[in-house]
Design a protein around this ligand. Sequence first.
Ligand code: SF4
Length: 411
Amino acid sequence: MSSVAVVSSENLYEKQQSCATPVVQATAAKVNLLGMSRPELEKFFEDLGEKKFRAGQVMKWIHQYFVTDFAEMSNISGKLREKLEKICEIKAPEVVHRNYSKDGTRKWVFRVGDGEGSLVETVLIPAEDKTGARKTLCISSQVGCALDCSFCSTGKQGFQRDLTPAEIIGQLWMANYSYMEDVPVAERERTVTNVVMMGMGEPLLNYDAVLSSMQLMLDDFAYGMSKRRVTLSTSGVVPKIDQLAQDIDVALAISLHAPNDELRNELVPINKKYPLQQLIAACQRYLAKDGNESARRHVTIEYVMLDGVNDQPEHAQQLLKLLKNLPSKINLIPFNPFPHAPYGRSSRNRIIAFQKTLSDAGFVCTIRQTRGDDIDAACGQLVGQVADRTRRAEQWKKKVAQQQEILRTQG
Ligand code: SF4
């Protein structure tokens, strides 16, 4: 699910920094340990004739101390380190672009895959709340997206491919590492406090890779995050919501955006396959699965505010009716128009009036704040801008080479 942060893209090119990802360079034949779950890594070590507990040791080096060089893993014997060096690697996706905002927001564009590869983006948003300082990372699960929601910049790029577990968890690894790169290994700690699977792509359509990445997020030998601080956001792939309920206990968010089927069919076309009644019933089953002790006390409802489209008083009333039997918190997202977007952003007054209707009826309803204005763009836009810039640089290089060739033949 793509988030729709409210941002502008001013001076993008001046502010960008070129980046070199600190990874072990390795041949394609090496096994990348970064995305492996604990059971997979235990099996890997057993197959090497080693004890299972090595998996936990190596996981801590990778995910808690952000070490990519086996030589630094001091509690592993020299012989095993040498062996690992020969056959494995710890490789995060390459950072091709990063921007750090004055307000603490950080944004990365990663290249995934071989050669020119494809681009995905990740954004980190800091905030203060009653539990202290939060750093929430919005992670992508696919390159592009097949679901083509009409307000979404990522959807306009079409679907290219699913991300692997290493490419998904690599986004979290890199965000943590970005705070720790100058810190001595022994003093490093995990900085990202919350994760939302809400970047590019529909996470439930890349189910296995997303599930195993979220298991790593919760694993005490990896990121050890609280299950209430890991949220999966979906546009409503109903059968997969039921499967998720069986497989893992994390928080659920629904990218709803419309309070009736007619409008939702237009904004979120997967609604034609899984209409609202089915979706709400799936959310109720999800919450019923584990009771109050779990991360499933409520569902977060994401609702992008589109001027004159879904922001009228009757829409607020319809939303109240739709959610009356679903414990939910509602997050209103002011739309960030992208080039050729068919919608505009609702006025501040309209958003506040919408919020008041929902709050007066007893719902916790918040308006997403504008963050990272000096660096950001709506989800999916930055990738487009970086791709354009790369294309222009390539064209320029070609032109220069042609000129040089002409001069050489003339001279
Ligand atoms: S097209 Fe829809 S499901 Fe896909 S990333 Fe955009 S909002 Fe999410």
